[in-house]
Design a binder for this molecule. Structure first.
Ligand SMILES: CC(C)(COP(=O)(O)OP(=O)(O)OC[C@H]1O[C@@H](n2cnc3c(N)ncnc32)[C@H](O)[C@@H]1OP(=O)(O)O)[C@@H](O)C(=O)NCCC(=O)NCCS
Length: 176
């Protein structure tokens, strides 16, 4: 059950925890999805710089999930952004990252984090949200689709790796 995890807002004090958690999740998720030369560039130092930068910039919100033993089990990061969705440029929520440790998968925690993000986005006046996912990350795509997201736009590319975009036109429809 998802209730075995506790959620809290992360701060800059959590940057080291997030960097280590992020790297561990990336290694578990992307070993078979990223070319070896890109996979080799994923380092703790780069992640630490990233998270310190996230907390220095305005508008980033990060939720951290801890398991019953007090270990970091996953996180979600979102912010507001401007995007052309369906031809209209507007301000919506951007899901920048959602990652769980392998031991925490398929226990409802991802859905819980996503619903928390949606509730916070709506509370801050945002009506829609989007994200980008590696095209070949099929488990994550199944998750977003199960949570009501729909693909939009053309295929994108990150360092030569194909990506696709998903979104919820109406955040009230996020979830199951
Ligand atoms: C994607 C992720 C956040 C989903 O979180 P989760 O806690 O495992 O998912 P949930 O338990 O909330 O699943 C909700 C529903 O999504 C769908 N789903 C989730 N994982 C799935 C999978 N691997 N395959 C197919 N459907 C899946 C199911 O319909 C599931 O409901 P069910 O368990 O009742 O069948 C998590 O799997 C994860 O962190 N993966 C590795 C990192 C990653 O790929 N992140 C996304 C990068 S863009």
């Amino acid at each position: 059950m998802a209730d075995e995890f506790s959620l809290r807002a992360a701060t800059v004090e959590d940057a080291k925890t997030l960097a280590a958690l992020n790297l561990a999740c990336w290694r578990e998720t992307y070993a078979s999805l990223l070319p070896a030369e890109i996979f080799a560039t994923l380092t703790l130092e780069e992640r630490l710089d990233h998270w310190r930068g996230v907390f220095q910039a305005e508008g980033n919100i990060v939720a951290l999930a801890m398991d019953a033993a007090g270990e970091a089990a996953g996180f979600a990061h979102w912010r507001a952004h401007e995007l052309a969705l369906g031809g209209r440029l507007g301000r919506g929520g951007e899901i920048c990252a959602i990652y769980l440790r392998r031991s925490a998968l398929r226990r409802g925690l991802g859905g819980r984090l996503l619903r928390l993000m949606a509730a916070e986005m709506r509370a801050s006046g945002l009506k829609w949200a989007s994200l980008v996912v590696l095209r070949d990350n099929l488990p994550a795509r199944h998750f977003y689709e199960a949570m009501g997201a729909r693909r939009f736009g053309r295929e994108l590319s990150w360092r030569g790796v194909p990506q696709v975009a998903y979104g919820w036109r109406d955040l009230r429809r996020l979830g199951r």
